[in-house]
Design a protein around this ligand. Structure first.
Ligand code: AMP
Length: 216
């Protein structure tokens, strides 16, 4: 099964994708994660992407589509893919069609996480992760049990994304509204779009997504 998780920044795409990975052995294909890894490694892609990402704008369609194609090529054909943060523009959606077709894959579901933008700003600007294991936390909603120590691995260093500040978040949301939301009709025509209340409790969101994947 191949699915797209769609929604503005902070809607919970990454969290939900990780849960699907754990439950179903699918692979999360997050272009944001791939780009952050490229920036960290200082590759040519990373050098091109860094300033664009810090401004909250979109990296070129060619770069992200190439990353997705390469990741799919490295996967076993039977393993399902969760597209997280891709496609984000009409040209990316077109590229994905070709990318899937040449690899004999089809798109089963597009799940849109619906959210309230103002609440998202609080969600995003408060989030941080453990620098060792990547577990996510939040200043208000999910603090470690012991302050300063990761619940999962005991790590004591945490990090925040440089683009998780209010100004950049507003730009990222405007980009979503202007360029990403308009790709939905393409999938609506095919009857594969399902909407989930992304403001609900995390477990309820997961259950709603599971119900869609199970055709309920
Ligand atoms: P994300 O982790 O999905 O929020 O992405 C972080 C940033 O990476 C975005 O604000 C963009 O600058 C860039 N990015 C991630 N995915 C894409 C994409 N599919 N197309 C263009 N830029 C992207």
């Amino acid at each position: 099964m191949n699915i797209i998780l769609l929604g503005p920044p902070g809607a919970g795409k990454g969290t939900q994708a990780q849960r699907l990975v754990e439950r179903h052995g699918m692979k999360q294909l997050s272009t944001g994660d791939m780009l952050r890894a490229a920036v960290k490694a200082g590759t040519s892609v990373g050098l091109k992407a860094k300033a664009v990402m810090e401004a909250g704008e979109l990296v070129s369609d060619e770069i992200v589509s190439a990353l997705i194609g390469d990741e799919l090529d490295a996967m076993a054909s039977g393993q399902g893919a969760i597209f997280d943060g891709y496609p984000r523009t009409a040209p990316q959606a077109q590229s994905l069609e070709a990318i899937l077709e040449t690899r004999g894959r089809t798109l089963d579901h597009v799940v849109e996480l619906e959210v309230n933008e103002d609440a998202l700003v609080e969600r995003i600007t408060g989030r941080y992760t453990c620098a060792s294991c990547g577990k996510g936390y939040h200043d208000t909603f999910e603090k470690p049990v012991v302050e300063g120590t990761c619940d999962k691995c005991g790590g004591q260093e945490f990090k925040r994304r440089p683009d998780d500040n209010e100004e950049t978040v507003r730009t990222r949301m405007a980009e979503y509204r202007a360029k990403t939301a308009p790709i939905l009709p393409l999938y609506e025509e095919r009857g594969i779009v399902a909407r989930v209340d992304g403001m609900a409790e995390m477990d309820d969101v997961t259950n709603a997504i599971e119900a869609i994947l199970n055709g309920r």
